[in-house]
Write a protein that binds this ligand. Structure first.
Ligand code: 1GP
Length: 258
């Protein structure tokens, strides 16, 4: 569901269901797709109730379907551009929805807490199986500064000069058979993941590499892409614009550097 293509970096938009109504989330998702994003992640906060996650996933899926139908009525429109996966990025086993297309099934690899290494996963697996959600087995590695997820997830943060350690985490993820590794600096981080860490992660494994947290400028996007990120995730900037046209311009300025 998150294929990688050598030499190409794609963008993912993270929507936190706690930060707006489902209708506004759907409007933002449509703008993100028009701007060139390749997938929508839904999640983020640790204490979101599943009914809010469900309503948000439902609203986004409905909006994408309507947009696709509208496109199908115009011979010149690209109907397929709306065929975008909605993927859960859960704060825990409580924040799930069968209306998503898939889920990042994550191990917070550098957590010191059993809860985030295997506990939430054990609680969530029966629901995921029943709902038939496609799982994307993901090694989630929190790097400095780490933000709220570093604290809540009780992570031993990867420091900017600890390339050897990030390589070992990436190799471990690959040996476990994970398809994806997500280097996270924390939502709203004051600085993104260190570029050397991204370069080392990319060189140490064949898994798809996701990078996110604190990326706000075209320069930061370009640097993370050049360092080897297969996907760059941004969340906070999508929440900063009431005006959808302004949001579109901002997202395009980021995505167009890729
Ligand atoms: C957080 O990596 C994502 O999990 C996105 O971070 O909100 O800082 O863009 P931002």
């Amino acid at each position: 569901m998150l294929p990688k293509k050598e030499g190409q970096t794609r963008h993912i938009t993270l929507i936190d269901p706690d930060k707006q109504t489902p209708d506004v989330a759907a409007q933002r998702a449509l703008i993100a797709v028009e701007s060139g994003t390749s997938a929508i992640f839904v999640g983020g906060s640790t204490d979101t109730e599943s009914n809010i996650v469900d309503a948000t996933c439902g609203a986004i899926q409905e909006a994408l379907e309507l947009a696709m139908f509208a496109s199908s009525q115009h011979p010149d429109a690209d109907e397929d551009m709306w065929n975008i996966p909605v993927i859960l990025f859960p704060g825990g086993a409580h924040a799930m929805s069968a209306k998503a297309d898939g889920i990042l099934f994550m191990m917070l690899m550098n957590s010191t807490s059993r809860q985030f290494l295997i506990g939430e996963q054990l609680q969530g697996a029966p629901y995921i199986s029943e709902a038939g959600l496609q799982t994307i087995p993901t090694g989630y590695v929190v790097c400095a500064p780490g933000g709220a997820v570093g604290k809540v997830g009780q992570a031993e943060l990867i420091q900017s000069d600890d390339a050897e350690l990030v390589a070992a985490y990436c190799q471990t993820a690959e040996m476990y058979g994970f398809s994806t590794v997500y280097l996270e600096a924390g939502s709203g981080a004051s600085s993104p993941v260190n570029l050397d860490l991204i370069r080392t992660a990319k060189a140490s494994m064949d898994c798809t590499l996701l990078v996110g947290g604190g990326i706000r400028s075209p320069e930061q996007m370009k640097a993370a892409a050049d360092a080897g990120a297969d996907y760059i995730v941004t969340g906070t900037i999508t929440e900063e614009f009431e005006d959808l046209q302004q949001l579109k311009e901002r997202l395009q300025s980021l995505i167009n550097v890729l």
